[in-house]
Write a protein that binds this ligand. Structure first.
Ligand code: CA
Length: 255
């Protein structure tokens, strides 16, 4: 997997690059916003794929030459490559700002490397929207990554397991501790959408557009009602996390 690391601190960049390379990533390092945009630029012209020269971009928001949010916005205009913002600013407002600019996820410093790797895999899975069976060239690194395994089984039509909850996509069956739970069509669609990309924040508009196939703002409470209903039926209120002001994400329970 090709990764662009945008980070002005050489020490941080060197340490992180070493870890990422060990996990099979092909890392390109950009020290500032200008270098990052130059690296991404080839994607804008010619016959290169929509995903550009990288599979994922890790963007530190604290850059010396440009505002990281602006860089994020510019990258989004150039390429569809998933962007994970790396920020020291843990406040909700700045995270929302980044997500609104088109970032796919965020990680707050100091972060756990394992968490970072999981998020990288999650956003790259999400962007691989081709037919089942694609995306198998991720995680060639050692240590059996459970995220990749989950993605592979989902692609093969095997059930998704999230703690006590099991989701069978082809048959639209959902069970909790082996007992089938009756979900409405929209409840299932919503759960399936979130469950196929655990850890990734879905914006409200995105969910409404994908599940309800409408952008009508008047659907307002419908989404909240469905989320509440899912939480109750699955008896796992923490499974679907509300990201205030943005949307929702599915939090995969620890095995
Ligand atoms: Ca920095």
């Amino acid at each position: 997997m090709r990764l662009l690391l945008v980070e002005d601190d050489d020490h941080v960049a060197a340490a992180l690059s070493a870890v990422l390379r060990k996990h099979g990533f092909d890392v390109t390092h950009a020290r500032n916003g200008e270098e990052a945009l130059q690296a991404v630029l080839p994607a804008a012209g010619g016959a290169s794929s929509a995903r550009g020269p990288f599979d994922v971009i890790l963007l530190d928001l604290g850059l010396p030459d440009q505002d990281g949010y602006q860089v994020c916005g510019k990258i989004r205009k150039l390429t569809a490559t998933p962007v994970i913002m790396v920020t020291a600013r843990a406040d909700v407002r700045s995270r929302i700002h980044g997500l609104n600019l088109g970032a796919d996820d965020y990680v707050v410093k100091p972060y756990d490397t394992g968490e970072l790797l999981a998020r990288i895999h999650a956003v790259s899975r999400r962007s691989v929207s081709g037919p089942a069976g694609t995306g198998t060239n991720t995680g060639q690194g050692a240590s059996g990554d459970s995220g990749d395994t989950q993605a592979a089984t989902a692609a093969a039509g095997a059930p998704l397991r999230l703690g006590s909850v099991t989701i069978e996509l082809p048959t639209r069956r959902v069970s909790v501790d082996g007992t089938v739970v009756q979900l409405t069509r929209k409840e299932f669609d919503l759960l399936a959408l979130l469950a196929q990309r655990p850890g990734v924040v879905f914006r409200r508009e995105q969910i409404i557009s994908e599940v309800w196939r409408t952008s009508w703002e008047g659907t307002g409470r419908t989404l909240e009602v469905h989320v509440a209903s899912l939480r109750a039926k699955l008896r796992m209120p923490a499974l679907i996390e509300t990201v205030r002001g943005v949307g929702y994400r599915l939090v995969a329970p620890a095995a």
